[in-house]
Design a protein around this ligand. Structure first.
Ligand SMILES: [Zn+2]
Length: 348
């Protein structure tokens, strides 16, 4: 699959006209020409091009109108994890979905839209809304009542409204917005969407998922935290600047002093290098680093132990052997730059 990356709406229209892509992924809020306008122009020129529009956060009624008018085929609410994005693109291109990889928010739902009973699953969940794949075709926009069925947990009832619906060959893709849900429900939604707290005998493990953005409302997690905490950061796929601010505030407020970071993702490590407060008073035990093969250019992320890196003063990162060839897999960054976030950490 060939990927073309452009930096704005005008360029998107121009490149689409020249290259006839099978699919265009457009940010709704671009500087020069909005995603809505770009979608309309691209569709007008080539009806067969599938268009996925990325919308941030809460969707207003005005945006909804623009979505339905611009002729896009699918909408995805950001921030989103790679899995729902893959799911959406694969569905549009009629490619198989990654069935073996169960996404943490792949939740069964059943409920009612207006008078109609529905069944399906959630593929993208936030505290403000969800993206659903329903087994029936839905056109009407209306109130939504649904029961989310997390595996091995009691069902959770949520009320909301349908803000957009797109027909599929079988069933519909639907965007739902949750307004004014009870604080308890909101907390459960946030937990399902973004984190897991696993109480152990000695320490509590907190798994954070997907992107860290202001929508995480990490404050909601605080009542569950006490004692010694291990943060599992391996699934933090990105952090935006609001997410960093929210995260730092969370660490400031959380009434724990003894905490460690395990398996920090590259996204988290990069932010920790830029903003010292990202690590708060915590200790980094292990983290992923970008590696590249010197022979075949194969790239992968390797998990490094902080203690091992610090013994060499951070100057000699470990070298691995490539999983594709016999070449050496070396750190794909300057050690003093990538390991900068370790400057404040002590060995656990
Ligand atoms: Zn190689």
């Amino acid at each position: 699959m060939d990927l073309l990356v452009v930096t704005g709406g005008l360029e998107a229209i121009e490149v689409a006209g020249r290259k006839n892509p099978v699919l265009a992924l457009l940010d709704a809020e671009m500087g020069d020409v909005s995603g809505y306008e770009a979608a309309r122009a691209i569709k007008h020129a080539d009806e067969s091009c599938r268009i996925v529009l990325l919308l941030g956060g809460r969707v207003t009624a005005r945006q909804m109108r623009m979505v339905s008018e611009c002729g896009c085929d699918e909408v995805l609410i950001t921030p989103t994890a790679p899995d729902p994005l893959y799911d959406v693109v694969a569905t549009q291109l009629k490619l198989p979905r990654r069935a073996s990889q169960r996404h943490p928010v792949d939740l069964a739902v059943r409920g009612q839209i207006g008078q109609r009973a529905v069944r399906g699953r959630i593929t993208n969940l936030s505290v403000d809304g969800a993206r659903l794949l329903l087994n029936e075709r839905i056109d009407e926009v209306g109130s939504l009542w649904m029961e989310v069925h997390p595996e091995g947990e009691p069902p959770l009832a949520v009320e909301g409204r349908v803000v957009w619906a797109k027909r599929r060959e079988q069933g519909s893709a639907v965007g739902a917005s949750f307004d004014g849900v009870a604080p308890q429900t909101r907390r459960q939604l946030a937990r399902l969407a973004r984190w897991d707290v696993i109480q152990g005998a000695e320490r509590t493990r907190v798994v954070l998922r997907a992107g860290l953005s202001e929508q995480n409302r990490l404050g909601d997690i605080i009542p569950d935290l006490f004692g010694k905490i291990d943060f599992d950061m391996s699934q933090v796929t990105y952090m935006d600047s609001m997410g960093v601010a929210d995260w730092v505030e969370f660490l400031d407020r959380v009434p724990i002093r003894d905490y460690e970071f395990h398996s920090c993702s590259v996204a988290f490590a990069l932010q920790a290098s830029l903003v010292e407060e990202v690590l708060g008073g915590g200790v980094v035990v292990s983290f992923f680093a970008p590696y590249a093969c010197q022979a075949c250019d194969h790239r992968e992320e390797r998990l490094l132990q902080t203690a091992a890196v610090l013994t060499s003063g951070g100057r000699r990162p470990p070298v691995f052997s490539c999983s594709r060839c016999d070449g050496s897999l070396v750190l794909a960054d300057l050690p003093e730059r990538y390991f900068a976030f370790l400057r404040t950490t002590r060995v656990a």
